[in-house]
Design a protein. Structure first.
Ligand code: NAD
Length: 488
């Protein structure tokens, strides 16, 4: 396995080690062995990053010089392009991406998203004229100006780190904010490269800062509670999202949250490609570690046995074609960590205790290497009240739930405290669309329409989050509204 370059912090324009030289091993999910070392930021390092970001926002022209910002963000993008191979290596060795997944969600889609941000940027509204109104014998001209919110803390997870880091950092920079990126402890390298390439691009000191450490909480919580940070943009689990809201309340910080999901895919009885629709829901891509994955498959009772047979065959055909880091066809590797493996395995045990039928998989696979391998797993005879149907497992575990009719399917899909994504497939477009409109989630795909792209707003209802990332809306999340009225 490759040895990754040391992950350095980037604070106030300097690439550097942590104060006192503290560092930690980055454990590779394929082997369970160190694949690199990362600086282990101290509280003093986080403090220095906050001071730098504050100063760069308050005392430079970064917030107001749009031309300079766009030119630098374009140059930054070119440097990421030149480092595509390294980004792929980081996705593989830190996040455990299989080679066949690297060129999809991990690198290509992430960089495409960056290009989309640049494409939609001219649509961002910086002013709005509300016209005049006569009051108190005078005429008032009213207009709004939209201004960058200030210092942004971008706190990100390990599952698709490049994608999420770009989603926050690029949007915040384009909006005119300064940024402190705090990646997850497992994926510091995918954060460190933002510092390294920012140094090469020549960003003014303090505009971008990157801090990370072995403790998952310390640096993030400092950013969330500090009054000098204006907005926290967080992607991660719902539990941590709630804590961030709570902790951010003391300074009335704006919080933007992209959280977990338990999205449902409804395959209707008249779906023209019923077998294909059912089979493609197999939760194998990146070992199911995606927030918007459709991890509940809802099929009509009348075709339930048929769906189970299709899945059994699909999983058998998938077979052992996963878990090899050298195979470019593989789209599934290990889960991220020992802790995550234990968590997923405990859900597999729970599903059996709850009375679901283990149709396929269910075992850990130490024979694949020293890392964290779990077989593609599918539970049938699942009812929506089971914990395996309600809780986000974040592993390669699909649950299959029968429904009676359209109303029942909608009820089941919506009986979840999450509301991130979902899908409906059916032969009657109007019927499928009617169902899609009633699903309470931030995005819904009809007949496998692609509802995730860099030019589209993405986010959740209910416990899946607050706010939207990507698209014009994703940039405008980082703006404040100032209303000016002047007598004329
Ligand atoms: P996590 O919530 O454990 O951690 C996310 C980030 O928050 C990490 O950087 C972590 O160090 C930091 N953190 C942890 N505790 C903190 C605290 N108290 N204060 C501030 N920061 C803190 O999530 P994870 O395990 O890294 O990622 C998996 C989760 O992310 C899943 O629930 C998944 O659904 C979610 N996710 C959501 C989306 C989305 O767009 N909705 C995208 C990807 C992942």
């Amino acid at each position: 396995m490759a040895q990754l370059p040391d992950a350095k912090l980037f604070i106030d324009g300097q690439l550097r080690d942590a104060t006192g030289g503290r560092s930690y091993d980055v454990i590779g999910p394929w082997t369970g062995q160190p694949v690199g070392r990362a600086a282990d930021a101290t509280a003093a390092d986080v403090e220095a990053a906050i001071i730098a970001a504050r100063r760069a926002f308050d005392d430079t022209d970064w917030a107001t010089n749009t031309e300079k910002r766009v030119a630098l963000v374009r140059k930054y993008r070119e440097l990421f392009e030149a480092n595509r191979a390294r980004l792929g290596e980081l996705a593989v060795h830190e996040a455990g991406a299989a080679l066949g997944a690297v060129n999809r969600a991990h690198v290509d889609m992430a960089l495409d998203g960056w290009d989309d941000y640049l494409r939609v940027f001219p649509q961002v509204k910086w002013e709005r004229d509300y016209g005049t109104r006569d009051t108190w014998g005078m005429t008032h001209h009213r207009f709004a100006v939209y201004e960058p919110v200030g210092v942004v803390a971008a706190i990100t997870p390990w599952n698709v780190p490049l994608y999420v880091n770009i989603g926050k950092v690029v949007a915040a920079l384009l909006a005119g904010c300064t940024v402190i990126l705090k990646p997850a402890p497992n994926t510091p390298g995918m954060g460190a490269i933002f510092g390294e390439l920012a140094a090469q691009a020549g960003f003014p000191a303090g505009v971008i800062n990157v801090v990370f450490g072995s403790d998952p909480v310390e640096a993030g919580e400092m950013l969330v509670t500090d009054p000098r940070v204006d907005l926290v943009s967080f992607t991660g689990s719902t539990g941590v999202g709630k804590r961030i809201m709570e902790k951010g309340a003391a300074t009335l910080k704006r919080v933007f949250l992209e959280l977990g999901g338990k999205s449902a895919k409804i395959v209707l009885d008249d779906a023209p490609n019923f077998a294909q629709d059912v089979a493609m829901t197999m939760l194998v891509f990146h070992a199911g570690q995606g927030c918007a994955v459709q991890s509940r498959l809802l099929v009509p009772k009348s075709r339930y046995q048929e769906a189970c047979a299709i899945l059994k065959h699909a999983y058998a055909s998938f077979g052992d074609n996963w878990g090899d880091p050298a195979n470019p066809q593989h789209i599934m590797g290990p889960v991220i960590s020992k802790r995550q493996m234990e968590r997923v395995m405990s859900y597999i045990e729970l599903g059996q205790k709850e009375g679901a039928t283990l149709l396929c998989g269910g075992k850990a696979r130490p024979d694949k290497g020293g890392g964290y391998f779990i077989e593609p797993t599918c539970f049938t005879d699942v009812t929506n009240d089971m914990r395996i149907a309600q809780e986000e497992i974040f592993g390669p575990v699909l649950v299959v739930i029968p429904f009676e009719d359209d109303e029942d399917a909608i009820r089941i899909a919506n009986e979840s405290h999450y509301g991130l994504s979902g899908g409906v497939s059916g032969g009657d477009a109007a019927r499928a669309m009617k169902i899609a409109r009633r699903i309470r989630t931030g995005s819904v795909s009809v007949n496998n329409g692609m509802c995730i792209a860099g030019d589209l707003p993405f986010g959740g209802y209910k416990a899946s989050g607050i706010g939207r990332e990507w698209g014009v809306e994703g940039i405008e999340e980082f703006l404040e509204t100032k209303l000016i009225a002047a007598t004329v």
